[in-house]
Design a protein around this ligand. Sequence first.
Ligand SMILES: C[S@@+](CC[C@H](N)C(=O)[O-])C[C@H]1O[C@@H](n2cnc3c(N)ncnc32)[C@H](O)[C@@H]1O
Length: 324
Amino acid sequence: MKNGNLAIVDSLIDEEYLRLIEAAWVKVSGYARDIVSEFGVNESATTSSAQALEWLQLASAREVTLKSSALPSGSAMSFMKLARDAYPSFLAGESNGTNLLFSGDGLQIWQDYYSSSNPFYAPLNQAAATALAGRVKEGVPMRVLEIGAGTGGATTTALNVLEQVATAPVSYLATDISTRLLRSTADTLNQRATELIEVNFEPYDFNAAPTRKQVSTGGFDVVFAVNALHNAHFLPASLRILSSLLNEGGVIVISESICCLGEQVHQEFFLNLLPLPEHRRGCSSRFLSSEDWQLAICDADLKSDIAINSVGSELVLLATVSKK
Ligand SMILES: C[S@@+](CC[C@H](N)C(=O)[O-])C[C@H]1O[C@@H](n2cnc3c(N)ncnc32)[C@H](O)[C@@H]1O
Protein backbone atom coordinates (compact mmCIF):
# COMPACT_ATOMS: atom_id res chain seq x y z
CA MET A 1 0.00 0.00 0.00
CA LYS A 2 1.27 3.53 -0.80
CA ASN A 3 2.26 5.72 2.15
CA GLY A 4 0.50 9.06 2.72
CA ASN A 5 2.78 11.32 0.72
CA LEU A 6 3.19 8.90 -2.19
CA ALA A 7 -0.58 8.55 -2.45
CA ILE A 8 -0.91 12.37 -2.59
CA VAL A 9 1.78 12.81 -5.24
CA ASP A 10 0.61 9.96 -7.43
CA SER A 11 -2.97 11.19 -7.32
CA LEU A 12 -1.85 14.60 -8.64
CA ILE A 13 0.63 13.54 -11.31
CA ASP A 14 -1.83 11.96 -13.70
CA GLU A 15 -1.82 11.16 -17.42
CA GLU A 16 -3.08 14.62 -18.29
CA TYR A 17 -0.25 16.27 -16.35
CA LEU A 18 2.33 14.09 -18.08
CA ARG A 19 0.93 15.05 -21.48
CA LEU A 20 1.18 18.72 -20.54
CA ILE A 21 4.82 18.34 -19.54
CA GLU A 22 5.55 16.59 -22.83
CA ALA A 23 3.88 19.46 -24.69
CA ALA A 24 5.92 22.00 -22.71
CA TRP A 25 9.09 20.21 -23.78
CA VAL A 26 8.09 20.32 -27.44
CA LYS A 27 7.93 24.11 -27.15
CA VAL A 28 11.00 24.52 -24.92
CA SER A 29 13.27 22.36 -27.07
CA GLY A 30 12.04 24.08 -30.25
CA TYR A 31 12.68 27.54 -28.80
CA ALA A 32 16.04 26.36 -27.44
CA ARG A 33 17.07 25.14 -30.93
CA ASP A 34 16.21 28.54 -32.44
CA ILE A 35 18.14 30.43 -29.75
CA VAL A 36 21.16 28.13 -29.91
CA SER A 37 21.36 28.31 -33.69
CA GLU A 38 21.34 32.09 -33.45
CA PHE A 39 23.89 32.33 -30.66
CA GLY A 40 26.18 29.31 -30.90
CA VAL A 41 29.18 29.80 -28.65
CA ASN A 42 29.60 33.20 -27.07
CA GLU A 43 33.18 33.62 -25.87
CA SER A 44 32.46 36.79 -23.92
CA ALA A 45 29.43 35.38 -22.08
CA THR A 46 28.99 36.09 -18.36
CA THR A 47 28.83 33.06 -16.04
CA SER A 48 25.02 33.25 -15.88
CA SER A 49 24.55 33.49 -19.62
CA ALA A 50 27.16 30.78 -20.30
CA GLN A 51 25.30 28.41 -17.95
CA ALA A 52 21.98 29.33 -19.54
CA LEU A 53 23.38 28.68 -23.00
CA GLU A 54 24.70 25.29 -21.90
CA TRP A 55 21.24 24.43 -20.58
CA LEU A 56 19.67 25.55 -23.88
CA GLN A 57 22.11 23.39 -25.85
CA LEU A 58 21.14 20.35 -23.80
CA ALA A 59 17.43 21.19 -24.23
CA SER A 60 17.79 21.72 -27.96
CA ALA A 61 19.28 18.23 -28.38
CA ARG A 62 16.30 16.67 -26.64
CA GLU A 63 14.13 14.54 -28.85
CA VAL A 64 10.51 15.07 -27.95
CA THR A 65 7.57 13.73 -29.84
CA LEU A 66 4.11 14.87 -29.05
CA LYS A 67 1.81 11.88 -28.57
CA SER A 68 -1.29 14.01 -28.09
CA SER A 69 -2.74 17.27 -29.32
CA ALA A 70 -2.11 18.98 -25.97
CA LEU A 71 -0.26 22.27 -26.23
CA PRO A 72 0.87 24.54 -23.44
CA SER A 73 -1.35 27.57 -23.04
CA GLY A 74 -2.11 30.30 -20.50
CA SER A 75 0.62 31.47 -18.16
CA ALA A 76 2.98 28.59 -19.06
CA MET A 77 2.93 29.62 -22.71
CA SER A 78 3.24 33.32 -21.80
CA PHE A 79 6.26 32.53 -19.64
CA MET A 80 7.95 30.53 -22.40
CA LYS A 81 7.37 33.30 -24.95
CA LEU A 82 8.59 35.95 -22.52
CA ALA A 83 11.80 33.95 -21.98
CA ARG A 84 12.24 33.18 -25.70
CA ASP A 85 12.00 36.89 -26.51
CA ALA A 86 14.33 37.82 -23.64
CA TYR A 87 17.17 35.40 -24.42
CA PRO A 88 18.86 37.30 -27.27
CA SER A 89 19.57 40.41 -25.18
CA PHE A 90 20.16 38.34 -22.01
CA LEU A 91 22.75 36.13 -23.72
CA ALA A 92 24.38 39.18 -25.24
CA GLY A 93 24.74 40.58 -21.71
CA GLU A 94 22.52 43.55 -22.55
CA SER A 95 19.61 42.84 -20.20
CA ASN A 96 19.01 41.71 -16.68
CA GLY A 97 16.66 38.75 -16.16
CA THR A 98 15.80 39.71 -12.60
CA ASN A 99 14.39 43.08 -13.72
CA LEU A 100 12.48 41.39 -16.51
CA LEU A 101 10.87 38.69 -14.34
CA PHE A 102 10.12 40.80 -11.29
CA SER A 103 8.47 43.87 -12.77
CA GLY A 104 5.56 44.75 -15.06
CA ASP A 105 4.29 41.95 -17.33
CA GLY A 106 7.05 39.61 -16.10
CA LEU A 107 5.83 39.78 -12.51
CA GLN A 108 2.22 39.19 -13.57
CA ILE A 109 3.24 36.17 -15.66
CA TRP A 110 5.39 34.87 -12.77
CA GLN A 111 2.43 35.21 -10.39
CA ASP A 112 0.07 33.44 -12.80
CA TYR A 113 2.54 30.63 -13.50
CA TYR A 114 3.08 29.79 -9.81
CA SER A 115 -0.63 29.84 -9.00
CA SER A 116 -2.85 26.79 -8.84
CA SER A 117 -4.80 28.01 -11.86
CA ASN A 118 -1.76 26.91 -13.90
CA PRO A 119 -2.07 23.15 -14.51
CA PHE A 120 1.73 22.86 -14.93
CA TYR A 121 2.28 24.04 -11.37
CA ALA A 122 -0.93 23.21 -9.49
CA PRO A 123 0.27 19.74 -8.34
CA LEU A 124 3.16 21.29 -6.38
CA ASN A 125 0.87 23.67 -4.52
CA GLN A 126 -1.85 21.06 -4.10
CA ALA A 127 0.49 18.34 -2.78
CA ALA A 128 1.79 20.65 -0.06
CA ALA A 129 -1.67 21.96 0.84
CA THR A 130 -3.03 18.41 1.14
CA ALA A 131 -0.15 17.45 3.45
CA LEU A 132 -0.80 20.63 5.46
CA ALA A 133 -4.49 19.80 5.78
CA GLY A 134 -3.46 16.41 7.17
CA ARG A 135 -1.75 18.19 10.10
CA VAL A 136 -4.92 20.02 11.19
CA LYS A 137 -6.34 18.55 14.39
CA GLU A 138 -9.99 18.95 15.34
CA GLY A 139 -10.38 21.87 17.75
CA VAL A 140 -6.62 22.42 18.20
CA PRO A 141 -5.10 25.84 17.28
CA MET A 142 -2.28 25.74 14.76
CA ARG A 143 0.69 27.94 13.81
CA VAL A 144 2.05 27.79 10.26
CA LEU A 145 5.24 29.43 8.96
CA GLU A 146 5.51 29.61 5.18
CA ILE A 147 8.97 30.24 3.74
CA GLY A 148 9.68 31.50 0.21
CA ALA A 149 6.02 32.49 -0.21
CA GLY A 150 6.88 34.61 -3.27
CA THR A 151 3.81 35.75 -5.15
CA GLY A 152 1.55 33.64 -2.95
CA GLY A 153 0.50 30.78 -5.24
CA ALA A 154 1.06 28.10 -2.61
CA THR A 155 -0.16 30.47 0.12
CA THR A 156 -3.51 30.89 -1.63
CA THR A 157 -3.89 27.14 -2.07
CA ALA A 158 -2.96 26.52 1.57
CA LEU A 159 -5.41 29.15 2.84
CA ASN A 160 -8.19 27.69 0.67
CA VAL A 161 -7.60 24.25 2.18
CA LEU A 162 -7.27 25.56 5.74
CA GLU A 163 -10.53 27.45 5.39
CA GLN A 164 -12.25 24.16 4.62
CA VAL A 165 -10.75 22.07 7.40
CA ALA A 166 -9.81 24.31 10.34
CA THR A 167 -12.08 24.16 13.36
CA ALA A 168 -9.76 26.15 15.67
CA PRO A 169 -7.69 29.33 15.19
CA VAL A 170 -4.86 29.16 12.66
CA SER A 171 -2.05 31.68 12.70
CA TYR A 172 -0.39 31.79 9.25
CA LEU A 173 2.87 33.68 8.83
CA ALA A 174 4.00 34.06 5.20
CA THR A 175 7.65 34.99 4.64
CA ASP A 176 10.07 35.54 1.76
CA ILE A 177 13.56 36.92 1.33
CA SER A 178 12.19 39.55 -1.04
CA THR A 179 10.41 42.36 0.80
CA ARG A 180 9.18 43.66 -2.54
CA LEU A 181 7.45 40.40 -3.46
CA LEU A 182 6.12 40.01 0.06
CA ARG A 183 4.62 43.49 0.03
CA SER A 184 2.72 42.86 -3.20
CA THR A 185 1.61 39.41 -1.97
CA ALA A 186 0.43 40.94 1.31
CA ASP A 187 -1.61 43.50 -0.65
CA THR A 188 -3.39 40.66 -2.45
CA LEU A 189 -3.77 38.26 0.45
CA ASN A 190 -4.42 40.50 3.44
CA GLN A 191 -8.14 40.20 2.86
CA ARG A 192 -7.90 36.42 3.13
CA ALA A 193 -8.07 36.49 6.94
CA THR A 194 -11.23 34.89 8.32
CA GLU A 195 -12.66 34.55 11.80
CA LEU A 196 -10.42 31.52 12.39
CA ILE A 197 -7.44 32.30 10.16
CA GLU A 198 -5.05 35.14 10.88
CA VAL A 199 -2.53 35.92 8.10
CA ASN A 200 0.67 37.89 8.69
CA PHE A 201 3.71 38.71 6.59
CA GLU A 202 7.36 39.18 7.57
CA PRO A 203 10.61 39.07 5.56
CA TYR A 204 12.80 36.06 6.32
CA ASP A 205 15.92 34.63 4.64
CA PHE A 206 16.06 30.89 5.37
CA ASN A 207 19.83 30.81 4.95
CA ALA A 208 20.15 32.24 8.45
CA ALA A 209 18.58 31.98 11.89
CA PRO A 210 15.66 34.42 12.13
CA THR A 211 16.09 37.72 13.88
CA ARG A 212 12.66 39.26 13.19
CA LYS A 213 10.07 39.12 15.92
CA GLN A 214 7.38 36.86 14.52
CA VAL A 215 9.58 34.17 12.92
CA SER A 216 12.14 34.00 15.71
CA THR A 217 9.42 33.29 18.29
CA GLY A 218 9.32 29.74 16.85
CA GLY A 219 6.74 27.25 18.14
CA PHE A 220 5.32 26.47 14.69
CA ASP A 221 3.32 23.31 14.05
CA VAL A 222 4.16 23.36 10.35
CA VAL A 223 6.89 25.03 8.31
CA PHE A 224 5.48 25.12 4.79
CA ALA A 225 7.89 25.31 1.83
CA VAL A 226 6.86 25.09 -1.82
CA ASN A 227 9.60 25.20 -4.45
CA ALA A 228 11.71 27.51 -2.33
CA LEU A 229 14.22 25.50 -0.30
CA HIS A 230 16.25 24.32 -3.31
CA ASN A 231 17.61 27.91 -3.21
CA ALA A 232 19.20 27.35 0.21
CA HIS A 233 22.96 27.96 0.16
CA PHE A 234 23.51 24.93 2.36
CA LEU A 235 20.34 22.89 2.66
CA PRO A 236 21.18 20.86 5.80
CA ALA A 237 21.88 24.09 7.73
CA SER A 238 18.58 25.65 6.61
CA LEU A 239 16.71 22.48 7.52
CA ARG A 240 18.32 22.51 10.97
CA ILE A 241 17.34 26.16 11.52
CA LEU A 242 13.78 25.51 10.37
CA SER A 243 13.40 22.42 12.54
CA SER A 244 14.48 24.48 15.56
CA LEU A 245 11.44 26.69 14.91
CA LEU A 246 9.05 23.75 15.25
CA ASN A 247 6.89 22.77 18.19
CA GLU A 248 7.30 19.33 19.68
CA GLY A 249 5.69 17.07 17.04
CA GLY A 250 5.85 19.78 14.36
CA VAL A 251 6.87 19.11 10.75
CA ILE A 252 8.41 20.82 7.73
CA VAL A 253 6.21 20.17 4.67
CA ILE A 254 8.30 20.42 1.51
CA SER A 255 6.99 20.28 -2.05
CA GLU A 256 9.61 20.65 -4.77
CA SER A 257 10.30 20.11 -8.43
CA ILE A 258 13.14 17.67 -8.56
CA CYS A 259 15.57 16.70 -11.23
CA CYS A 260 17.46 13.45 -11.79
CA LEU A 261 21.18 13.78 -12.39
CA GLY A 262 21.90 15.15 -15.90
CA GLU A 263 18.20 15.89 -16.53
CA GLN A 264 16.32 19.17 -16.86
CA VAL A 265 13.06 20.74 -15.62
CA HIS A 266 11.04 22.80 -18.13
CA GLN A 267 10.68 25.71 -15.63
CA GLU A 268 14.39 26.33 -15.99
CA PHE A 269 13.82 27.71 -19.48
CA PHE A 270 12.63 30.91 -17.80
CA LEU A 271 14.26 30.54 -14.36
CA ASN A 272 17.71 30.53 -16.00
CA LEU A 273 17.23 34.22 -16.71
CA LEU A 274 17.87 34.59 -12.97
CA PRO A 275 21.37 34.01 -11.58
CA LEU A 276 22.13 30.37 -10.81
CA PRO A 277 22.72 29.98 -7.06
CA GLU A 278 26.41 29.52 -6.28
CA HIS A 279 25.89 25.98 -4.92
CA ARG A 280 24.36 24.79 -8.23
CA ARG A 281 27.19 26.03 -10.48
CA GLY A 282 28.37 23.22 -12.72
CA CYS A 283 25.18 21.16 -12.16
CA SER A 284 22.80 20.39 -15.05
CA SER A 285 19.86 21.86 -13.10
CA ARG A 286 19.15 24.35 -10.33
CA PHE A 287 16.73 21.76 -8.92
CA LEU A 288 17.99 18.95 -6.69
CA SER A 289 17.59 15.23 -7.14
CA SER A 290 15.64 13.01 -4.78
CA GLU A 291 19.00 11.65 -3.50
CA ASP A 292 20.23 15.22 -2.82
CA TRP A 293 17.13 15.82 -0.70
CA GLN A 294 17.48 12.58 1.22
CA LEU A 295 21.15 13.29 1.93
CA ALA A 296 20.45 16.83 3.12
CA ILE A 297 17.67 15.65 5.45
CA CYS A 298 19.98 12.95 6.79
CA ASP A 299 22.86 15.47 7.22
CA ALA A 300 20.52 17.71 9.18
CA ASP A 301 19.87 14.73 11.48
CA LEU A 302 16.15 14.80 10.72
CA LYS A 303 13.76 12.08 9.58
CA SER A 304 11.28 12.24 6.72
CA ASP A 305 8.37 10.67 4.94
CA ILE A 306 9.49 11.40 1.41
CA ALA A 307 7.71 10.59 -1.86
CA ILE A 308 8.19 11.26 -5.55
CA ASN A 309 5.75 10.46 -8.33
CA SER A 310 6.19 6.92 -9.63
CA VAL A 311 5.83 7.79 -13.32
CA GLY A 312 6.71 10.75 -15.49
CA SER A 313 9.76 12.57 -16.79
CA GLU A 314 9.47 15.54 -14.47
CA LEU A 315 9.12 14.75 -10.83
CA VAL A 316 7.43 16.21 -7.81
CA LEU A 317 8.76 15.56 -4.35
CA LEU A 318 6.63 15.78 -1.23
CA ALA A 319 8.39 15.37 2.08
CA THR A 320 7.23 15.67 5.66
CA VAL A 321 10.35 16.28 7.71
CA SER A 322 10.53 16.08 11.50
CA LYS A 323 12.92 15.77 14.42
CA LYS A 324 14.11 12.25 15.27
C1 LIG B 1 9.90 29.59 -7.34
S1 LIG B 1 9.48 30.75 -6.11
C2 LIG B 1 8.42 29.83 -5.06
C3 LIG B 1 7.06 30.08 -5.29
C4 LIG B 1 6.15 30.32 -4.13
N1 LIG B 1 6.26 29.31 -3.09
C5 LIG B 1 4.80 30.37 -4.78
O1 LIG B 1 4.04 29.45 -4.62
O2 LIG B 1 4.54 31.36 -5.46
C6 LIG B 1 10.87 30.74 -4.98
C7 LIG B 1 10.72 31.76 -3.89
O3 LIG B 1 11.74 31.54 -2.90
C8 LIG B 1 12.21 32.80 -2.47
N2 LIG B 1 13.55 32.63 -1.89
C9 LIG B 1 14.69 32.35 -2.57
N3 LIG B 1 15.72 32.29 -1.69
C10 LIG B 1 15.20 32.53 -0.47
C11 LIG B 1 15.77 32.62 0.83
N4 LIG B 1 17.06 32.45 1.03
N5 LIG B 1 14.95 32.88 1.88
C12 LIG B 1 13.63 33.06 1.67
N6 LIG B 1 13.03 33.01 0.46
C13 LIG B 1 13.81 32.74 -0.59
C14 LIG B 1 12.17 33.67 -3.72
O4 LIG B 1 12.17 35.04 -3.41
C15 LIG B 1 10.88 33.19 -4.38
O5 LIG B 1 9.79 33.95 -3.98
